[in-house]
Structure formats: C-alpha cells, structure tokens
Design a protein around this ligand. Structure first.
Ligand SMILES: *Cc1c(COP(=O)(O)O)cnc(C)c1O
Length: 431
C-alpha cells in the first residue's frame, strides 16, 4: 500500500515513510492511495487489538512493519475501551480514558511509539520527538516514549493555559522526557516546533521527528476502538452504532468516518465542538474560515484551524458528499458547565468538559424528539480536569490509579521564552 499527499505534489510513499515524515514535503497530509474493499465480513465482536490488526493489515501490506503489526497492536492498544450504559437508556459512553494519561490520545501515541521503536536503525543517533501540546497530546506522547532507548521527547506547553493536573502530568516523567513551559500561547508553541522542523541545519545536528495530530500513525489506530465498540453494539442491539465525538483537530472523528468507510456497522457521526465553531460553520456554509482559537473550558478542543479537515475534504471533495458523512454543532461554556453539573444525576457519570460537549448535542437531539440511542465518546477522565469539573459538581472527583501515580511524582518543567532561538539552543544542548 502506498500513501499520497492531500495536495498531490509529493511522490507516493510507503507506510513507514509516511509515519516518519509526518507531514508530506508539499505540506499536505498523507492518506492511503486506495481503500480496501469494505466488504470484509465484520460479523463478530473482537477486542481493540484484534480489530486493529484486521483493519490495518491492508495498510501495512508490503511495508517493513507488516510482520510486526500484530505485536504492535497487542503492545500498544490493549487498553480498556468499554461502552458503558447510563441512567438514560438511550445514552451510552465509550470510555477512552483508561490509559496511562487518562485521555484517548494514549491509544494513538502508544501505537506510534511502537511503530517508531521498530523503525529505529541500530546505532542511530537519539531521535528527538518534538511536540507542542495544548494539554493531552504531550502527556500521551511522553508516556508512550518514556524510557524507550533511542528516543528523547521534548514537550512544549503554554504556561498557565493547561489544567494544573495536565501541567503536572506533562512535567512528571523525567528521564528522556524534557518539558518546557513556554511563556506564550499554544499557537506560539506550535510555531516554534514548525520552525525547528524547517531548520535543516538544526536537523543535521539533532534528528527530529513529530507525533502531532496530523500523523498517519495516530489517525489509523484510532479506527480500532470504534470498530470494537460498533461490533459489540451490533451483536447486542442488531443496529448501527451512532457516535457523538468531541472534536478539535478532527483526528478522532476522522478515524470514526474511516472505520465506517471500511464497512464497520456505524450509523450517524455527530461532531461536537466547543465555542471554536469553524467546523460547524464550514459544514453549514461550505466556506472554510480558519481563525485564531478562543480559550474554552474544553481546552483540548481549542482549535481554530482543524488540521485533519484537509483529509476529510480530500476524501469527500463534493461538499454535499461531505455533509452526508458528518454533522457538527458548537457548544458554549455555559452549556458545558450546565451539562457537567447535571451529568451525575442525569446519567450516573461525572464527565470531563470535552465529553460534556458530546452529551449536549445528544440532549439537543432528544429535545427535538429524536429517540434513537447514541454513544458519546468520553475522551478524557474528569479527574484530569478537576479544576473545571469540581466547581460544577461541588465535590472532588476520584483520581484513577495511573493518573494518581504521575501526580505523586515531582514535576520539573523548565521555563522557556516564546522564541525559537531559545528552543533551538536547548535542543542543541540536549544533543
Ligand atoms: C485531543 C482531545 C480532543 C480532540 O480530539 P481531536 O482528535 O483533536 O479532534 C477531545 N477531547 C480530549 C480530552 C482531547 O484530549
């Protein structure tokens, strides 16, 4: 299988090349050059690693990683991803927060790390994985590469703009993980990272690779939990599973669209954004107006230019086709607070602000008379956003064991000015 850029100005590459390059040389995002037949018989429930191995086999075919696919899936994706009922018989939650950093990004980051570890050449110089994070990506990538020989992780996060527990978690790894709190915004962090990747001199001294949300190696494995959930759903309810997905850069949601394209029994896909409403506006009008993000309670979705939209548009060039694939709506902070405050009594679950956005869309549909069942994707554990959740619910949230372990470690983030020259100097010093 070959992979092509959404901009069609770069040559097709193998899977391994697409994984290590991240972005295509023409600035586009990699997509499979062809789609395997959707007619694979998907008729029995399977675990997430089993679903991943089956789904990804055609994409790994012919690549140097092909023979390792089963091991990669078992090593990286063997995390619980239960669909749990709620007190509302029509509302279910797909809990994706049982990994080491309590957010769904653990699945993809661990998969990417398992692939990278197998692509590392013997005696290669240390590879630096450079990530800018608005909160959850950095922790997931750090956990996935922590203490892996041959790798170093450098995380940049905007100081004061992630939750206190996210900040602690980002800086609690130590060893081969270096965390910088940048005196600036997430956009500043991302701009510094982009400059580093464009700095060929630097890259000769300090080999760099990325793990950001445009990476194909993050997109592909995310199909697997939708597959496992939908197959189980079909077996129990003999119907298609409808997913409501909290959305920022559209990586998680696009994976659900791709899983349906590959024949999984998935019905409607609804995307919930926070007050950053570029995506719903684009779907309504056909007019794409990216803009700087605004800060909201659901900070992991504070995105003003959803990066994976380029993939969705490449897959469905006709706007009318695209709008048949997904629908989207925006939820403001007031509604998020109200949902978080009432979720415990209404659903029997405490939810993070991102998950609250998905529940808000379900409530809107129910108010309009919709009686179908929906699975809200629970993207993070509420304890990770305690500073937002606890004031809404009026009591503490129990902390899951893995998160608790990280929070007990000392945190060491180094301050950094929002200037590329400073980052460059630190990268060179690290070697
Ligand atoms: C990253 C993240 C999102 C948004 O996911 P995308 O793939 O960027 O759309 C939603 N919720 C949480 C908790 C996240 O960490």
């Amino acid at each position: 299988m070959q992979f092509v850029s959404t901009r069609h100005q770069s040559p097709a590459v193998s899977l391994s090349e697409a994984l290590t390059q991240g972005l295509a040389p023409d600035g586009g995002l990699y997509l499979p050059a062809e789609w395997p037949a959707a007619s694979l018989a998907w008729n029995e429930p399977m675990s997430v690693p089993q679903a991943a191995e089956r789904l990804l086999q055609p994409f790994f075919a012919g690549d140097q990683l092909e023979s390792a696919l089963g091991d990669i899936c078992r090593e990286a994706l063997d995390l619980p991803a239960p669909v749990v009922p709620s007190r509302d018989p029509h509302v279910f939650l797909l809990e994706l927060f049982h990994g080491p950093t309590a957010a769904f990004k653990d699945f993809a980051a661990r998969f990417l790390a398992a692939c990278f570890a197998r692509l590392l050449r013997p005696n290669a110089p240390t590879l630096t994985i450079l990530v800018a994070t608005s909160g959850d990506t950095g922790g997931a990538v750090a956990a996935a590469f922590h203490r892996r020989p041959g790798f170093r992780v450098v995380v940049l996060y905007p100081d004061g703009k992630v939750s206190p527990r996210q900040a602690h978690q980002l800086a609690a790894f130590g060893d081969n993980v270096h965390t910088f709190k940048v005196a600036g915004t997430f956009d500043d962090c991302q701009a510094m990272v982009k400059q580093a990747f464009a700095d060929t001199d630097l890259r000769q001294q300090v080999p760099l690779s990325s793990a950001n949300s445009i990476s194909l190696g993050r997109l592909l494995p995310q199909m697997s939990y939708y597959a496992a959930a939908a197959l189980r759903w079909e077996q129990i309810y003999q119907s298609l599973a409808n997913f409501v997905i909290p959305t920022g850069n559209l990586g998680n949601a696009l994976a659900c669209v791709l899983a349906r394209k590959l024949g999984l029994p998935i019905g409607d896909i609804l995307l919930a954004t926070n007050a950053n409403r570029v995506l719903p506006e684009f779907l309504d009008s056909g007019d794409y107006q990216p803009r700087p993000s605004v800060q909201t309670l659901a900070n992991a979705m504070d995105v003003g230019a959803p990066s994976n939209l380029e993939r969705l548009r490449a897959l469905f060039p006709q706007h009318s086709d695209l709008t048949q694939q997904v629908s989207a709506a925006s939820v403001n902070d007031g509604e998020l607070r109200q949902i978080m405050a009432t979720a415990e009594s209404r659903y029997g679950h405490i939810v993070c602000p991102h998950t609250a956005a998905a529940l808000a869309l379900i409530q809107r549909r129910q108010q309009a008379g919709d009686q179908r069942s929906y699975i809200a994707v629970a993207t993070a554990h509420p304890a990770k956003f305690d500073s937002v959740v606890e004031p809404c619910i009026g009591h503490p949230v129990a902390v899951p064991a893995a998160l608790d372990e990280l929070l007990r470690r000392p945190a060491q983030a180094e301050p950094l000015a929002a200037e590329y020259a400073e980052l460059r100097q630190r990268l060179v010093q690290l070697g």
